[in-house]
Ligand binder design. Structure first.
Ligand SMILES: [Cu+2]
Length: 307
């Protein structure tokens, strides 16, 4: 190359061609780099733990499933933000580098059928979509794995606008009422039905509805599942951290849907046993089964949702 240069008569550095190929002042790139560095530093240094896990309302280790769910969620966001940053960068660069100039006349050169670029723009999104699908399917298959021998079996009925909890392994139950709204429109937390779960024990939760479609959602467990009349869904989970968690219905089910709330208390085995005994002492033995469902004649059933 060094030998070729003297043969050229054109002073590329100051020619129009140079200006056309490198039209954006260097200061522009420096500004972008500096802004990106400052933004990255501010973002990373100022991130709370909640922001680092993509604003999910939970933390790792609450159940045996939350770490996996947080991992899938935040990794997806990181990949998407990188794709986004590259895309936005290219858009801004193209808009500035190939902007119309005072000296330009007529239409710019019309380009089409760029096979390498079109292949690239087809293959990369395909890889992304297949990748997201594969990781989601893998995690879903693990989370939805049936546990044939759970330590504890619990049955939950959704009903407008509260919950019935049957502790099948203990043969006791609790029947909840909908949340009470106070005058200032806040909810009396103490009035909410409480679902007790023993820490470190594998739980099977059977999920059913007495009337319309509801959705059983424990926010901090990062999981919800539909409650459908005439159908029983299952969720297998092991709570791993003692604490009080929030639950609610996640399917618009009528006038007081927003008051269809409950509390989940993950407690020690001793505390769990004590709570079960309390229900026994209050004569809340047995199961509140499908005989209390609003619809006793659903197609394909005889009122028995176990079938
Ligand atoms: Cu509901």
């Amino acid at each position: 190359m060094g030998e070729l240069l003297p043969q050229c008569d054109v002073d590329y550095k100051h020619s129009n061609r140079y200006i056309e190929r490198f039209p954006v002042p260097k200061i522009f790139f420096r500004l972008i780099a500096a802004t990106a560095a400052v933004a990255a530093a501010l973002t990373l240094s100022g991130c709370t733990a909640q922001e680092l896990r993509g604003f999910l309302p939970s933390e790792e280790g609450v159940t045996n499933q939350t770490s996996r769910i947080i991992g899938l969620w935040s990794t997806s966001w990181i990949v998407l933000l990188i794709v986004g940053a590259i895309t936005w960068g290219l858009i801004i660069w193209a808009a500035l580098a190939y902007r119309r100039r005072k000296t330009d006349t007529g239409l710019p050169s019309q380009l089409r059928y760029n096979t390498p670029i079109e292949t690239f723009f087809t293959v990369v999104p395909l890889i992304l979509v297949l990748g997201f699908f594969a990781f989601t399917a893998r995690d879903q298959a693990i989370i939805e794995q049936v546990n044939p021998n759970p330590d504890v079996k619990i049955e939950v009925f959704g009903k407008r606008w509260a919950w019935d909890f049957n502790y099948l392994s203990e043969d006791v139950h609790f029947s909840g009422v909908q949340a009470r709204e106070k005058e200032d429109k806040t909810v009396d937390i103490n009035s909410l039905p409480i679902l007790y779960l023993p820490v470190g024990k594998s739980v099977e939760i059977s999920i059913e509805s007495r009337d319309v479609n509801h959705s059983f959602w424990i926010l901090d467990f990062l999981y919800k599942k539909d409650m459908i009349p005439g159908k029983t869904n299952h969720w297998y989970v092991t709570p791993e951290k003692e604490g009080t968690y929030r639950g609610k219905c996640a399917e618009l089910c009528g006038e007081y849907h927003s008051l269809m709330l409950f509390t989940v208390k993950v407690v020690s085995q001793a505390e769990y046993d004590a709570q079960m005994q309390k229900l026994r002492d209050q004569d809340m033995t047995g199961r509140l089964g499908p005989e209390y469902n609003a619809n006793q004649n659903l197609p394909g059933t005889d009122g028995n949702t176990d079938s």
